[in-house]
Ligand binder design. Structure first.
Ligand code: HEC
Ligand code: HEC
Ligand code: HEC
Ligand code: HEC
Ligand code: HEC
Ligand code: HEC
Length: 400
């Protein structure tokens, strides 16, 4: 009987461990690999980005094909593989990066992560984030959701474990007891009592607490790895300058201070001289304004801390988006005119740029440059001309 108990316990723990391992460790590893490498070009949903949406790819393609493909996509295309060539042509001959160093197990973990993302009921599809920057946080909550589901699952499993163990204990005790005694207390009541005893057992409690702590710890570390995405970044600035006051209450035009924003690549952060247009008379005595005076006296720039910052490999031009496309600053920066302290509202990832280029119509009105293009486009296409149609998905447009 004792042996039976040990076997049952081992089996349960094994089941428990394997579920947690498959769900938490593999999925977490897959998530990290995916976010670091694949998310620039793929959604976990069915929505295409630079490459196809990867929902269900593990079911639609055999594993050994996927492994070969990830290791060297160009080799698979060159081998004459029909599926690969059709896909390659469908995606405008965009070349996927090769990842020769990932093991089959690691690629499987990416597939597990993709499946988990699609299984999680409340997780919104990353690609479905609307163009407006304010809606972008949806993409980030994906991973967090999964962790909560896992923790809830763990809780349920601890309960199941307690119930099963008490059944086993009761049955094994029953075997060594006389018949009358066994009948005097109903079986269910015995099980319940043993359950209580077990739950009160210190070693058991410590074990369960330890497991849960480990899992939460891991979730936290994973979250911290939100890798290179600074959404929500709002550093404290050297002077308490408020956009809510200047751009909101006093309605000073954004371009008055950000002098390059309609004309050039950079928007520019204003020099102290621009502040002085007003503050040589307004609130001179304020200690915050005195900081502007000091900067001018010492002929030093104010050390504003940069909030939005793309890596050097990416090229972004403001006038193309504000002046040519006619977009509002708020599309990308959120409601700056309501912020006391500037905060980065959009993710500024490649997926974010691409997503908008897929969805946004080109502003062709009153722009003779586009007349001919629109004419050609309308001949073969009913959809309005999107940024994607004028080359907005070409690598070289955004990368030097
Ligand atoms: C630079 C963009 C880019 C990156 C990064 C990228 N891919 Fe791709 N991927 C593509 C493109 C584009 C295609 C479509 C085929 C083509 O044009 O070569 C594709 C196709 C695929 C396919 C086939 C999909 C299908 O529907 O059959 C899989 C699987 C895949 N990629 C997995 C990955 C994985 C896993 C990673 C990360 C380790 C990754 N990709 C990173 C661009 C990318
Ligand atoms: C009176 C001058 C002034 C006006 C008007 C103004 N700004 Fe600014 N803006 C600044 C200064 C100074 C900073 C740097 C300090 C900070 O981040 O608060 C800044 C910072 C920013 C940043 C962050 C820059 C970075 O480092 O990434 C954005 C985005 C921005 N402004 C957008 C706007 C928008 C949009 C408007 C109009 C709704 C606007 N600003 C109006 C002065 C101004
Ligand atoms: C077009 C006019 C104008 C410009 C340009 C301007 N400000 Fe102001 N600023 C104001 C007004 C108006 C107030 C509100 C004064 C009040 O509360 O009486 C103000 C208030 C402030 C305050 C709050 C002061 C306090 O103690 O209450 C700070 C700090 C400030 N501005 C910083 C700046 C900086 C830094 C710049 C340059 C980047 C700048 N301002 C440019 C008009 C301007
Ligand atoms: C299509 C999206 C988009 C729009 C629209 C947009 N910005 Fe930006 N903005 C960005 C990105 C991306 C960066 C980061 C650029 C970089 O690091 O090279 C940025 C950076 C900035 C900065 C930091 C300084 C700089 O030049 O890099 C300021 C200030 C700024 N924007 C102001 C504005 C203002 C004001 C408007 C509206 C008139 C505006 N932006 C419209 C995407 C946008
Ligand atoms: C809110 C939507 C939006 C976002 C976000 C956005 N763009 Fe754009 N982008 C546009 C539109 C609209 C145009 C078309 C402008 C025109 O008519 O030339 C455009 C055009 C471009 C072009 C010129 C394309 C061509 O074929 O001439 C480049 C390059 C570009 N964007 C880079 C970026 C980068 C880099 C990012 C991300 C950091 C980004 N964009 C984010 C809307 C967006
Ligand atoms: C509309 C603009 C745009 C287009 C088109 C574009 N990229 Fe990017 N790409 C970006 C931006 C912006 C980043 C930086 C994102 C970040 O910092 O998270 C980036 C980052 C990358 C990175 C680095 C990824 C990382 O996580 O560090 C690679 C590799 C890359 N792009 C490859 C490509 C390839 C290949 C293509 C063509 C199939 C392409 N990009 C098309 C805007 C673009």
């Amino acid at each position: 009987m004792k042996r039976l108990k040990i076997v049952a316990l081992t089996m349960l723990l094994g089941m428990f461990a394997s579920v947690v391992r498959v769900n938490a460790q593999d999925v977490a590893e897959g998530e990290q690999i995916f976010k670091n490498n694949c998310a620039a070009c793929h959604n976990t949903s069915a929505e295409p980005l630079v490459g196809p949406g990867l929902q269900g790819v593990g079911q639609r393609r055999p594993l050994d094909w996927i492994v070969k493909w990830v290791h060297n996509p160009q080799a698979v295309i060159a081998s004459g593989d029909k599926y690969a060539n059709d896909l390659y042509n469908k995606f405008g001959k965009a070349q996927m990066t090769a990842y020769p160093s990932y093991s089959e197990a690691q690629i499987k973990s990416v597939l597990a992560y993709i499946d988990a993302q699609n299984a999680a009921p409340a997780a919104p599809a990353a690609g479905a984030a609307p163009a407006a920057g304010a809606a972008a946080p949806a993409a980030e909550s994906n991973g967090g959701m999964l962790q909560y589901i896992l923790i809830a699952l763990l809780g349920v499993m601890v309960l199941v474990l307690v119930a099963l163990l008490s059944i086993v204990t009761t049955l094994s005790k029953l075997a060594s007891v006389s018949a009358e005694e066994a009948e005097s207390i109903p079986l269910l009541q015995r099980i319940a009592e043993n359950g209580k005893k077990l739950a009160a057992n210190n070693a058991f409690k410590t074990g369960a607490a330890l497991l849960i702590t480990l899992l939460i710890g891991k979730a936290t570390i994973d979250a911290a790895y939100g890798v290179g995405i600074h959404q929500g970044y709002a550093p404290e600035q050297p002077i308490h300058f408020s956009h809510k006051l200047h751009a909101g209450d006093y309605q000073i035009n954004c371009g008055y201070c950000h002098t390059g924003v309609y004309k050039g690549k950079g928007a520019n952060v204003p020099s102290p001289n621009i502040c002085m247009n007003c503050h040589n008379t307004i609130k001179r005595e304020s200690p915050e304004i005195q900081k502007i005076y000091r900067a001018i006296e010492k002929d030093e720039p104010i050390q504003w801390i940069r909030v939005h910052n793309l890596p050097d490999l990416a090229y972004f031009n403001h006038s193309q988006h504000t002046n040519v496309a006619g977009l509002e600053c708020q599309n990308c920066h959120g409601e700056i005119q309501k912020m006391e302290v500037v905060e980065q509202r959009s993710t500024l990832t490649m997926g974010w740029c691409i997503d908008c280029h897929r969805k946004t119509d080109v502003n062709t009105k009153g722009n003779a440059y586009y007349d001919k293009l629109v004419e050609i486009h309308n001949k073969e296409n009913k959809e309005p001309l999107k940024v994607a149609n004028i080359g907005g998905l070409e690598c070289s447009k955004c990368h030097y």
